[in-house]
Ligand binder design. Structure first.
Ligand SMILES: O=C(O)CCC(=O)C(=O)O
Ligand SMILES: [Fe+2]
Length: 323
């Protein structure tokens, strides 16, 4: 952890490893990755192949999208048949979000685009498709690296059987803050339900992760860097070798918009999540921490137990399947 003093207030930043994923990983990088996945559940990646230009394009499309009138956005949910839009006051008064589902990201984005832009914003669906398919490729690569960090040969042993059918979805997030006042919570404390999440955050900052000691630490934005975090599905599958950390977004500056893109990479709904014996054997007492469970049952548990039926804020996989 490192600190910076500003007007006598100390801000702490997580010292997360930064992996250059364009290069084969060295032994020392695997070690720091393994430590970060156990301690923080978060790390950074660079040289990931997602260009600044593409992120900027998504940012300006998102500005167009979120500046549309509420009535237009509400045609996409949450109370219509389409459920891709989460308006403010569901997760928090300062958060709204649009979801793009895989595997056909183009089709999913197009069905929102047709409602939102009356078919005039032809770049929208192509750009979403480009970003999401690159993210899906990146997720496959990262899951393999994370498996390698658990144990030698684990990537070869498990990837094909266990992770081949993973799928992804994107959330485009827009945060707004009041004109004046203290800091506000943009997104409450939660764990992600995914195997892994890849996050692009703009330069505003505000993402925080909770340490084992219950302290909140900032995850500072840095240009060209993406944040990766472990989600609940992988925590359960890895029998707690990998940590799905609680995190939140705190908005510190009045009257700014914050933009982020969260891409979630998940097991297929009908997968039974159970840690393989080889993974459980890594625990000194060979102890299992979770009962096997159906992925879809966990997703439903989260949806049905959240404030305002939003899956973001509240319970974790330990509450659901912990032994
Ligand atoms: O906006 C962010 O930085 C984080 C978003 C997040 O945690 C989520 O969408 O699950
Ligand atoms: Fe999250």
């Amino acid at each position: 952890m490192s600190s910076k003093s500003n007007n006598n207030k100390a801000y702490y930043y997580a010292d997360l490893p930064i992996l250059d994923i364009s290069q084969p990983l060295e032994e020392s990088s695997l070690e720091s990755l393994s430590k970060a996945c156990k301690e923080w559940g978060f790390f950074h990646i660079i040289n990931h192949g997602i260009s600044k230009d593409l992120c900027n394009q998504l940012h300006s499309l998102s500005k167009c999208l979120f500046s549309l009138p509420s009535d237009t956005k509400l045609k996409l949910g949450p109370f219509s048949n389409v459920k891709s839009y989460t308006p403010p006051f569901i997760a928090s008064p300062f958060f709204e979000s649009l979801r793009v589902n895989g595997p056909d990201f183009y089709l999913s984005a197009k069905s929102s685009e047709d409602v939102l832009f009356h078919k005039t914003n032809s770049k929208f669906s192509e750009t979403m498709q480009e970003y999401c398919s690159k993210m899906a490729e990146l997720c496959e690569k990262i899951v393999k690296i994370v498996l390698m960090s658990i144990g030698e040969g684990f990537e070869k042993m498990f990837y094909d059987d266990e992770f081949r059918k993973c799928h992804g979805y994107l959330r485009i997030n827009n945060y707004s803050t009041p004109e004046e006042g203290e800091e506000v919570e943009g997104l409450g404390m939660h764990t992600d339900m995914s195997c892994i999440t890849i996050l692009y955050q703009d330069e505003i900052g505000g993402l925080q992760v909770k340490t084992n000691d219950g302290e909140w630490i900032d995850i500072k934005p840095s240009e060209g860097t993406l944040v990766v975090n472990i989600g609940d599905m992988l925590q359960a599958w890895s029998n707690d070798k990998l940590r799905s950390s609680e995190h939140r977004v705190v908005l510190k500056q009045p009257c700014v918009n914050r933009f982020s893109l969260a891409f979630f990479w998940c097991f297929e709904d009908h997968k039974v999540i159970v840690a393989p014996n080889e993974v459980v054997a890594l625990h000194h007492a060979n102890k299992r921490f979770y009962s096997p469970f159906l992925c879809l049952d966990y997703l439903k548990f989260r949806e049905n137990n959240q404030k305002g039926s939003f899956e973001k804020v509240g319970f974790t996989v330990r509450d659901f399947a912990g032994i």
